[in-house]
Each structure stands twice: as structure tokens, then as C-alpha cells.
Design a protein around this ligand. Structure first.
Ligand SMILES: *Cc1c(COP(=O)(O)O)cnc(C)c1O
Length: 575
């Protein structure tokens, strides 16, 4: 692609109609574009893919993250080693010539954009603007602002959020976009609401002294906020005097304090105050959020995943043959029980073999194609409880003596999450402890490609978060598209998706359980229900096929991005 193109030609197809600007700190566009770290980015990517499929007029805005999030290696001691994970924007996107400036630390920081176009099925297209400060006119520190996704330090984070929120609004305008609504995917972009306040305030030139300078109701009518964080500590906060040192003097502390909380600059609070519609990402998450944010009504729009992005080629072929139209209208998958059992089972077997090949090439371990696989891949962080499965090595050994199984793991820890990094080491100790009895492998560098193989090739997808901390979770939905049932704690989307023995199984635990109860239930389910059922016909019985079909009919048919986007369109964007 050429290095610089006149934005007016390139953007002509996108700037004619007014659009919904979808702001997200991370968006997973393709595996080779390292602008994502995990679930939030995957959801944002699936949102734009569905918008393109459905012809919804969105424009995505995110950071270019030239050095990515991190590339993970595991050393001989089982420790995570982090490397930069660069990618080349010029190989995937087109540079736009418009420039805008954001004032940070009393300097102009210039921002430009790269255009990436998401191609939908049926010809729809959704533009995404990737914000970039790596320009010769910026000083070296400022050039690095858009380099590392979730890079370290409060100052770096606040500058990234200013470039995203303030720079993003300014650049869209400079490029000629007409924006009718701003969708804030998580609070990182909340400063965009302040930029809108200032824009509208400056336009009001004929103010009487008693008229407010800022038109907050007008901004609210244009903004909606999707929250993803069910714990107060997870929300971005900055000290006001610190923020005042970094941000433009136009954005003064009294103005921020009015909308972003009295104590600190709280991005979640700002997004809540300035949005006319707020939603959580599953019904149970909306309940938790309503309790956390008294005075705000938090609706529920349960997440969904993009059908074609997460369905393995074998299942795409099956669905195309038996249920044409399923990609556009995934509700049709509710008829998947008419598909021949043998076809489902052999499609899954092919997926399992591909996962074994990936395991062999990435870890050097040959797993057994005739033994069921428990798959677990998450961000490695405390509340996801990756170690729960390994609470009792002895118990795992004894279950495996009756009903053999093997385990495939993956997941990155944020470099500053020391607990998450220790978890990775502890998982590797468990791998050693189980050697000879239960084969366990850890695939390094979890990303979308690894996720696709794992959610399709595993026989059971395991999910063990500490309730109520999983806002939604989406990997179990991806598994459902490939007929893989989930074994999960009752939290996030599983509260809506679980039908015992039909779509998967529940791990029971009482409130206040320190993990022992959940672990005991997890082992009981494996030992008494799941593994014996699988072993009846070596994973080829009608009973096992029936659970696979249950996951497809009941869950893939519902937990999909087209349904999610129809809800955003009718209840938020076009209200
Ligand atoms: C889907 C996905 C996630 C999120 O999965 P959860 O179930 O929400 O934990 C994280 N990382 C990658 C690479 C994914 O594909």
C-alpha cells in the first residue's frame, strides 16, 4: 500500500453519512496486527466485524500500538519472558495525511491516523482509524506514546488516554467524518467527553452570564458507555494535580472534577456521568454494576462473538451445507440438531488433530489423539484462578487412572502483574508434578490464532473465575461455535448459557468459598459426569454428540455478535 494518500479520496465512501464512532483502547483486527491484549480487544474486533457484515455505519478508533502488547516466551524454569511484539502498520493499513495536535505537558503532540478497513461478508465495510504519534515533529518521548499497549506508568497511560479520547475526536473531525454518536468501549477513552464539552462550549459565543459555559446534556445525548470491570479497583484513576501537569490547560481541574469524581480523575465515573446509556456485558454483570454505581441505570447487552471469526473451517463447511445463511443470521444454528452426528464428530476430530499438531510444533510434546482434552486459556491473573484445576495433584492423578485425560493451557500475564507471572511458574510446576500421569502442556504466546485452535480442538472448555469478577468472558462462546461444551463456574455469560448436561456443566461453589468448594465440585464433575460420558464411545457416542449439539443450538445460536449489534443498533444507536 502507498505510504500517504489524500484522505478525501480514500475516505469518500465513509464520510458521506453520519457514523457511530466506536472508541476502544484495543481492537483485535487480525492476528498480525498487534493492537490487542485479550478479551476486550477481541470483543471490539468482533463488534466491528459484525458492523461491517450488517452494514452498520461505525468507525473504529484505537491506538496503533506499534510495539504491540507483548510476545511471551517461557524459559526453562517455566517463567514468562516478555519481548516487544512489533508490527508494521504500512503493511496492513494506509497512512492518512491529516494531522491534529493534543497539548500534553505543555507541548504539542501531533497525531496522525492509519486507515484499516474491516471487510464484511456481503460487501459491507467498516473503517478503523489507528492513532499514531510516531512522527518526526514530535519529541522522542511523545513519539513513543502510541507504542506499547497498556505500557507502564501513570503518565504514559494518561497520555495514551488523552491521545485516544481527545486526539481521536479531533482526528475524526479533521478527516471529515460526521459523528452522531460516540460509543466508549470501557473507560479508557472517557476524555473524549471533555473534548466534546469544550468544542460545544467554544461554539456558544452569545452566552449570557447566567448560562452554563458547557452543554453537558448535548454531550450526554451523543455518548454511550459499555463497562467491562466489575471491581472498583479495576477502574483507571489519576490524581488531579498529576493530571493537571499533563493535560492541556483548557482541561482545568474544576471542569474535570465536576464530572469525573471529587477525589481523583476517575475515567469510569466520567464515562458514566457523560453517557445517556450505560451497559454491562452480561445480565449478571449489569446487576453487579448497578450496585457499584448507585444513581446510574446500567442496562445489560450480553456479549456475543463473531461467527466466522471463531468457527473452524470444518464447522464452517458443515454449517454452510446444513444451515445456509448461518453467518448472517446465526440464530439458524438453533437448528443444528438436524446435522448428522457423525459429521459433527468427525469435524471435531479434525479440529482436535490440528490442535495436537499446534501443541507438537510449539511445545515439542506429542499428545494422544484418543484421549480427551481439557482446554484452559485466559489472561493469567488472580481472579481467573488458573491454578484451581491443579488444587490437588493427587486427585487429578486418581481421576486420570479411571478416565484418562490431558490438559492444554495458554495465557499471558501483564508484565507488572507479579501474581499472574507467579501463576505461570506454578502451572509449570504442576505440569512437572503430573508428568507420567496426566499430560499437561502450556502453549506460549496466547493470541487469536492459538485461541481459534484451542476453542475448537479441546473436548471440554474450562472456566474458573472467582464470582462475580468475570464481567462476561467470551472464549466459552467461541468454543460453542465449534460444538465444544463448557465446564464453568456460574459467573458472567455462563449464568445465561448454562443448561446442565445440555450445553455443558457448572462448577458449584458457595459465596465466600475460598476455592476448595469449587475445586471439589470441578473434580466431581470431571470424575462422575464429563469424563465417563466422553469415554463411553471414546468421544464418538450419540450422547457426546448431543452435548456438542446442545452447545451449538442453545449457545452459539444466541451468544453471537450479530444479535449483540442488533441490540446496540435498536436500543442505543438509533434510539
Ligand atoms: C477470546 C480471547 C480472550 C478472552 O477470553 P475470556 O474467555 O474472556 O477470558 C483473551 N485472549 C484471546 C487471545 C482471545 O481470543
Amino acid at each position: 500500500m502507498s505510504s500517504e494518500v489524500n484522505p478525501h479520496c480514500l475516505l469518500a465512501e465513509f464520510v458521506g453519512d453520519s457514523r457511530i464512532a466506536y472508541f476502544s483502547m484495543e481492537i483485535a483486527l487480525e492476528n498480525a496486527i498487534h493492537t490487542y491484549s485479550g478479551g476486550l480487544g477481541c470483543l471490539a474486533g468482533d463488534t466491528l466485524r459484525a458492523a461491517a457484515d450488517m452494514g452498520l455505519p461505525l468507525v473504529g478508533v484505537t491506538l496503533v500500538s506499534r510495539l504491540g502488547y507483548l510476545r511471551q516466551e517461557i524459559d526453562a524454569m517455566g517463567r514468562q519472558v516478555e519481548h516487544p511484539d512489533p508490527w508494521a502498520p504500512e503493511e496492513h493499513a494506509t497512512a492518512l495525511s491529516a494531522l491534529v495536535a493534543v497539548r500534553l505537558e505543555d507541548r504539542e503532540v501531533w497525531v496522525r491516523g492509519w486507515l484499516y478497513v474491516v471487510q464484511g461478508q456481503g460487501g459491507g465495510r467498516a473503517p478503523v482509524v489507528l492513532l499514531d504519534t510516531d512522527l518526526p515533529q514530535n519529541n522522542p518521548d511523545d513519539r513513543a506514546i502510541t507504542n506499547v499497549l497498556y505500557g507502564y506508568g501513570q503518565a504514559y497511560r494518561l497520555k495514551q488516554e488523552a491521545v485516544l479520547g481527545i486526539g481521536g475526536v479531533r482526528l475524526l473531525r479533521a478527516l471529515g467524518f460526521s459523528i452522531r454518536r460516540y460509543h466508549l468501549n470501557e473507560g479508557h477513552s472517557a476524555l473524549l467527553t471533555i473534548e466534546l464539552l469544550l468544542q460545544f462550549g467554544r461554539a456558544a459565543v452569545h452566552l449570557r452570564p447566567d448560562e452554563p459555559r458547557y452543554d453537558a446534556p448535548r454531550v450526554r445525548k451523543m455518548c454511550n458507555f459499555t463497562t467491562h470491570t466489575p471491581v472498583e479497583a479495576g477502574h483507571d484513576k489519576f490524581d488531579y494535580s498529576f493530571a493537571a501537569r499533563i493535560l492541556d490547560e483548557d482541561i482545568d481541574v474544576p471542569l474535570l472534577r465536576r464530572y469525573a469524581g471529587d477525589k481523583d480523575l476517575n475515567m469510569t465515573r466520567l464515562a458514566l456521568e457523560m453517557s445517556d446509556y450505560v451497559n454491562g456485558v452480561a445480565r449478571s454483570h449489569a446487576v453487579v454494576s448497578n450496585a457499584m454505581f448507585p444513581g446510574h441505570e446500567v442496562h445489560a447487552i450480553t456479549n456475543g462473538v463473531h461467527p466466522l471469526n471463531w468457527t473452524a473451517p470444518e464447522f464452517v463447511a458443515l454449517y454452510n451445507q446444513w444451515l445456509p445463511g448461518w453467518c448472517h443470521e446465526p440464530e439458524i444454528l438453533g437448528r443444528a440438531d438436524r446435522i448428522d452426528d457423525q459429521r459433527i464428530l468427525s469435524a471435531h476430530h479434525a479440529c482436535r488433530l490440528r490442535l495436537l499438531e499446534l501443541v507438537r510444533s510449539r511445545t515439542g510434546t506429542a499428545l494422544d489423539p484418543s484421549v480427551p482434552i481439557i482446554g484452559f486459556a485466559r489472561r493469567m491473573t488472580g481472579y481467573k484462578r488458573p491454578e484451581l484445576l491443579f488444587s490437588s495433584i493427587e486427585r487429578l492423578r486418581s481421576i486420570a487412572r479411571q478416565s484418562p485425560f490431558q490438559i492444554v493451557l495458554a495465557g499471558k500475564a501483564h508484565p507488572q502483574d507479579l501474581g499472574g507471572k507467579q501463576t505461570i511458574e506454578s502451572l509449570h510446576r504442576s505440569i512437572e508434578a503430573l508428568r507420567g500421569d496426566v499430560p499437561v502442556v502450556f502453549i506460549p504466546n496466547y493470541d487469536m490464532d492459538v485461541a481459534r485452535e484451542m476453542v475448537a480442538g479441546s473436548d471440554v472448555w474450562l472456566n474458573t473465575p472467582l464470582p462475580p469478577l468475570e464481567a462476561s468472558g467470551t472464549s466459552g462462546m467461541k468454543a460453542a461455535f465449534n460444538g465444544v461444551p463448557q465446564l464453568s463456574v456460574l459467573d458472567g455469560w455462563w449464568v445465561e448459557g448454562w443448561i446442565e448436561g445440555v450445553t455443558g456443566w457448572v462448577i458449584e461453589s458457595e459465596p465466600g468459598d475460598n476455592g476448595d468448594g469449587a475445586a471439589a465440585s470441578l473434580y466431581r464433575k470431571l470424575e462422575e459426569s464429563i469424563l465417563p460420558l466422553w469415554h463411553v464411545g471414546a468421544g464418538k457416542s450419540a450422547q457426546w454428540a448431543s452435548v456438542m449439539k446442545g452447545a451449538i443450538c442453545r449457545n452459539a445460536a444466541y451468544f453471537q455478535s450479530q444479535r449483540m449489534m442488533r441490540r446496540y443498533a435498536t436500543e442505543v444507536y438509533l434510539r
